[in-house]
Design a protein around this ligand. Structure first.
Ligand code: FES
Length: 222
């Protein structure tokens, strides 16, 4: 049976999500923390309370492990940095506790009609700058889900979400040294190909995207 899995500790949220899941004919199981999460089969939906310790890494790990699972970040209060971080980690939806049950209900109704819970990846063509060497080679400033920057590092193309998880600066304007990208505003550092955070003040890593080259054209999969 398809399941909704909740990683969280708030009993009201659990109760409301349980009602929504049952209405859609889905079971709901919950775990008190990311480290306690133990499921053998991929859930249809995973909801993670973002204020929990390790929640952002949990979102990123689960999305990597179960790409077809709809991963939702649930916040008690809308904190912009945490919101950006959850999106950057790959959350398909970020919402506050009050709005989430209704949003999930709508998604599950669509799911029952046969729609996918997770939107299919969209390929966007990117025009690369005519330049040699490593560094920034392309941008998608208006991409769905936020701006994207494309870098060439050791002949490999790497695409990242062009928003610093600290205070939102454009990372395309940062400095690249080897594989280390430094944010131009306060100096946070990230691995430009894996998105991993190397140094704060940013607390979180950045989202990366697959780059595909076909018939001499370059695409980013969003
Ligand atoms: S905005 Fe990037 S480090 Fe502050």
């Amino acid at each position: 049976m398809a399941r909704v899995v909740l990683v969280g500790q708030n009993s009201d949220l659990r109760k409301r999500l349980e009602e929504v899941a049952h209405t859609a004919g889905l079971d709901l199981i919950s775990f008190p923390g990311v480290e306690a999460l133990a499921v053998s089969e991929p859930p249809a939906v995973l909801v993670v309370e973002l204020e929990l310790k390790g929640a952002i890494d949990g979102v990123a790990n689960c999305k990597r492990r179960w790409p077809a699972c709809m991963v939702i970040g649930a916040m008690r209060l809308p904190i912009q940095e945490l919101w950006h971080a959850a999106v950057a980690a790959g959350a398909d939806l970020v919402s506050n506790w009050g709005a989430l049950p209704r949003q999930l209900q709508h998604r599950l109704e669509a799911y029952q009609r046969g729609e996918s819970l997770v939107p299919k990846a969209v390929r966007i063509k990117v025009m690369l700058y005519d330049r040699q060497g490593d560094g920034l080679v392309g941008r998608l400033p208006d991409a769905q889900g936020g701006p994207v920057a494309v870098f060439r590092i050791d002949q490999k193309l790497c695409a990242i979400r062009d928003v610093c998880p600290h205070e939102g600066a454009s990372l395309a304007d940062g400095q690249v040294d080897g594989k280390v990208l430094t944010c131009p505003r306060h100096g946070s550092q990230f691995h430009v190909c894996t998105g991993s955070r190397l140094r704060g003040p940013a607390d979180y890593s950045i989202r990366t995207y697959r780059v595909v080259i076909e018939d001499g054209e370059t695409f980013v999969e969003l």
